[in-house]
Ligand binder design. Structure first.
Ligand code: PLP
Length: 420
């Protein structure tokens, strides 16, 4: 541990909550250097949707490396890229009647968001963009400008301009349609809000505390953006790739975004990879106008192509919805049994509990770690316990993890009662 404390920057974060040195992992289990096993309900913040080192992807990757398949090409053509594009069209886009151009930006989520915002500005000739309260889109300056978290924004060290924040669904209470406000601002010449180039939205605000946008709200947002010629960007980096059940999180609402950003679980293996899907008429980039050294990394294409097999027959989608219901029911039962106040939110296999006691989520996450479960908190002040197990987790492991949460809750509550 000393090596990290001595040499690694103070900026390190997750390792402070989960202080172990991890050595290996398989499926939903991680193993540290003391041979302690941890059940993973965090999945690399939504990266490891198929668990750690999933066998079909691992075998494809090993095979590719052993035959000296090309690793790095910048954005030159490769067989690996071709196969990925063709398979993504075949399995994901064509069955949904969708047509998008593929842009492979640098390999992280924030790279995709930056590209999307730049393109929307270029296409519309406008400079302003709109994001939502409690949104999270990444740590580079454009992404930060549409991210709500004040602590992260302050890290920019400069004013974050050309972006406005609008209230997300539910921000003003369940009885207020926050789009009334946005629409009024747009149509009123005295509002001070310029018509933006783009609106960027998460259908489920994951880092923001598992806040779910209503399907009607999303449909209305699509209509407003269409009426005003605003590019609608759905940031599906954390809750896309099947996390909510269907491959794209917006499918339930029936909307068709102009631009979609994907990353995290896209490669299926934890290999960094990002994709911007662009409505063909918006693809007004000129060659090389937006580039990056690690655009479209071939090992990522190889594993991502295999990962698409999970979405070819609809079975995983059904499983995700079923497990999601199971998680919700079990969490509800826990709160009821132990008389704990809180709200359970989520879709598919991203679920969160916002406890009325703002300290409880952090305490439970810590108690879970002590019992061998890795689970993080979300929300601006970490008040939401966020469940993000692998989509492929076995029912047995899922049940086991949920019972660790219950044991941890009981332990934290009894500690608190003893101290009172
Ligand atoms: N967008 C969303 C919705 C995210 O959840 C994240 C990361 O958590 C990002 C963008 C940024 O991705 P990255 O950390 O890979 O830059």
């Amino acid at each position: 541990m000393n090596t990290f404390e001595q040499y690694e920057s103070e900026v390190r974060g997750y390792c402070r909550n989960f202080p172990a040195v991890f050595a290996s992992a398989k499926g939903s289990w991680m193993v540290d250097t003391d041979n302690r096993r941890y059940l993973d309900f965090f999945s690399g913040a939504g990266v490891l949707s198929y668990g750690h080192n999933p066998e079909p992807m691992k075998q494809a990757l090993i095979g590719y490396l052993l035959r000296d398949g090309i690793t790095h090409t910048l954005d030159m053509y490769s067989v690996a890229k071709q196969k990925f594009i063709e398979r993504f069209n075949e399995v994901i886009l064509a069955p949904r009647g969708l047509q998008y151009k593929f842009q492979f930006p640098g390999p992280t989520g924030t790279n995709a968001v930056e590209a999307a915002l730049k393109l929307a500005r270029k296409v519309t000739g406008r400079s302003q963009v709109v994001g939502f309260t409690n949104a999270f889109h990444g740590m580079t300056l454009g992404s930060l400008s549409v991210t709500g978290n004040g602590f992260k924004r302050a890290g920019a060290g400069i004013p974050l301009g050309n972006a406005s924040s609008m209230p997300f669904d539910g921000y003003l209470g369940q009885d207020v349609d926050t789009l009334d406000y946005f629409e009024s601002m747009l149509v009123d010449n005295g509002s001070g809000l310029e018509v933006p180039a783009a609106v960027i939205v998460e259908t489920v605000q994951a880092e923001g505390g598992v806040v779910v946008a209503n399907a009607d709200w999303l449909r209305r947002l699509r209509k407003i953006t269409e009426d005003h010629g605003i590019v609608l960007i759905v940031d599906d980096i954390q809750v896309g790739c099947g996390r909510t059940g269907q491959f794209f999180s917006f499918e339930e609402s029936g909307i068709v975004p102009d631009i979609i950003t994907l990353s995290k679980a896209l490669s299926g293996y934890g290999i960094p990879m990002a994709l911007v899907l662009i409505r063909p008429s918006l693809d007004q980039w000129v060659p090389g106008e937006h580039n990056g050294t690690f655009r479209g990394h071939c090992p990522g294409f190889v594993t991502a192509t295999v990962a698409l097999d999970y979405w070819a027959d609809g079975k995983l989608e059904i499983e995700v919805l079923k497990k999601g219901r199971q998680i919700q029911a079990r969490l509800r039962e826990m709160l009821e049994t132990h008389g704990i106040e809180g709200r359970i939110r989520g879709r598919g296999m991203i679920q969160g509990v916002e406890f009325t006691d703002p300290l409880l989520a952090e305490q439970v996450s810590k108690a879970c770690f002590a019992r061998g479960l890795i689970i993080e908190t979300a929300g601006i002040d970490g008040t939401v316990l966020k469940l993000l197990p692998a989509l492929t987790i076995s029912v047995e492991d899922l049940v086991h993890g949920l019972s660790i949460i219950e044991d941890s809750l009981v332990a934290v509550l009894s500690d608190t009662a003893q101290r009172a």
